[in-house]
Design a protein around this ligand. Structure first.
Ligand SMILES: CC(C)(COP(=O)(O)OP(=O)(O)OC[C@H]1O[C@@H](n2cnc3c(N)ncnc32)[C@H](O)[C@@H]1OP(=O)(O)O)[C@@H](O)C(=O)NCCC(=O)NCCS
Length: 364
């Protein structure tokens, strides 16, 4: 029988760090990607190490990475443990991915036991994980596990679903993965832009920038980032408020700026109050052959109903097509129950290509 062992990686500071450290990180990422692509087949979601590494150095919440190796030293599984270091933090995020050629040999169990053990030892009372799925859109009936939100489902026979259920995890929500092929039909996007502008009216003004947040919007973006944890749908699971200060935002931006990609932010100002009412961010790789990834999108609860989500989305698409031409697509993840956001995505031409189940575990 093969002897498998768990190892914590030293996360390289940069891709120019010690070659052995960097190589171990590359192998970890390759296995993590291979485990997910084997499920959903979406090669556009494969990371390149230079893009992924800065996200492991999130200020105040650095990722801990773990590899399972066989006797030859080959990496056969990749795991991660993410949590804030701040005292009083109750939640954490785990991930486990096993190389397709090493499935059903207890490797996932070994790694998950290890990560859940860390969570317990640190006193975390809530763990969450994303399990990617080949499922596209809602489905019902035998063979599917329905999300408790009433929107979305995952196939019962998927390894991740069986694995997590067997470990006592609870299925809480589905995120739809959507893809917009580029270039878009410009007349469709333009018409949606005009309609959204008319609905928003003169009280709202759009601002867009790349890279660091301009000083004047620092407080506003920090508030929107905080509200991502309270105002975005979180399914049948608790989501503790995650407070962003301007200092944290700056440190986060400085880290992300190391990646070979540009962060485009589109924000909408409520002119009478001077408050930022919503924003969206798209990470655009320097390599035009790679997909652009739409990150957070949020309109504050008190400003919903003015088509601001539509406005943010179409301005983002138009800006990418004008300033960063040549990318094959934009990919975005949205809660399956977030109809307003899915409506705008579908209207501009996003198509569902897969999903991810979000699962929760409360260590005893
Ligand atoms: C889910 C995953 C981690 C399982 O890894 P693994 O090493 O094959 O898991 P194990 O061998 O430890 O399996 C433990 C149990 O899970 C269940 N299970 C795992 N895969 C299964 C499958 N394909 N069909 C049915 N049951 C399965 C079984 O009960 C299994 O026990 P058994 O083999 O004694 O019957 C792996 O399939 C994977 O990487 N999937 C993609 C990423 C993912 O979904 N991760 C889970 C969220 S973090």
């Amino acid at each position: 029988m093969t002897a498998y062992t768990v190892h914590e990686l030293v996360v390289p500071a940069t891709m120019d760090d010690d070659p052995g450290t960097v190589q171990a990180f590359r192998e970890w990422l390759a296995v993590s990607d291979a485990a997910e692509v084997a499920v959903h087949g979406l090669r556009e979601l494969v990371w390149v190490p230079d893009e992924y590494l800065p996200m492991c150095h999130e200020p105040g919440a650095p990722s801990r990475l773990f590899a399972v190796r066989d006797e030859t030293g080959a990496t056969v599984a990749a795991g991660s443990y993410d949590t804030k270091q701040e005292p009083g933090t109750s939640n954490c995020w785990l991930a486990v991915g096993v190389a397709p050629e090493h499935l059903r040999r207890g490797v996932g169990t070994l790694l998950a036991d290890h990560l859940e053990g860390i969570a317990r030892a640190e006193g975390r009372t809530q763990c969450k994980t994303y399990a990617v799925s080949r499922q596209v859109g809602s489905a019902s009936g035998p063979g599917y596990v329905q999300a408790p939100t009433g929107f979305g489902a995952v196939p019962e026979d998927e390894a991740g679903v069986r694995f997590l259920t067997g470990r006592g995890w609870r299925f809480g929500q589905v995120n739809r993965i959507s893809r917009l092929p580029l270039p878009t039909d410009h007349s469709v996007v333009r018409e949606l832009h005009d309609r959204a502008s008319a609905a928003a009216g003169p009280d709202y003004a759009v601002h867009a920038w790349t890279g660091r947040t301009p000083d004047e919007w620092l407080e506003g973006i920090a508030l929107l980032e905080t509200r991502m944890s309270t105002d975005a749908p979180s399914g049948d699971m608790d989501e503790p408020e995650d407070v962003w200060t301007p200092e944290r935002l700056r440190a986060h931006e400085d880290e992300l700026a190391r990646a070979p990609r540009t962060m485009l932010t589109v924000a909408v100002e409520h002119v009478p109050s001077g408050i930022l009412a919503g924003f969206t961010q798209v990470a655009v790789p320097d390599d035009p052959a790679r997909a652009a990834m739409q990150w957070d999108t949020l309109v504050l609860r008190e400003h919903r109903g003015h088509r601001l989500g539509w406005l943010l989305k179409v301005v983002g698409i138009e800006t990418i097509e004008r300033d960063h031409p040549g990318h094959p697509s934009i990919i975005t993840f949205n809660a399956e129950e977030n109809r307003p956001m899915l409506d705008v995505n579908e209207a501009v031409g996003f198509v569902g290509v897969g999903s991810e189940g979000i699962w929760e575990h409360r260590p005893a």
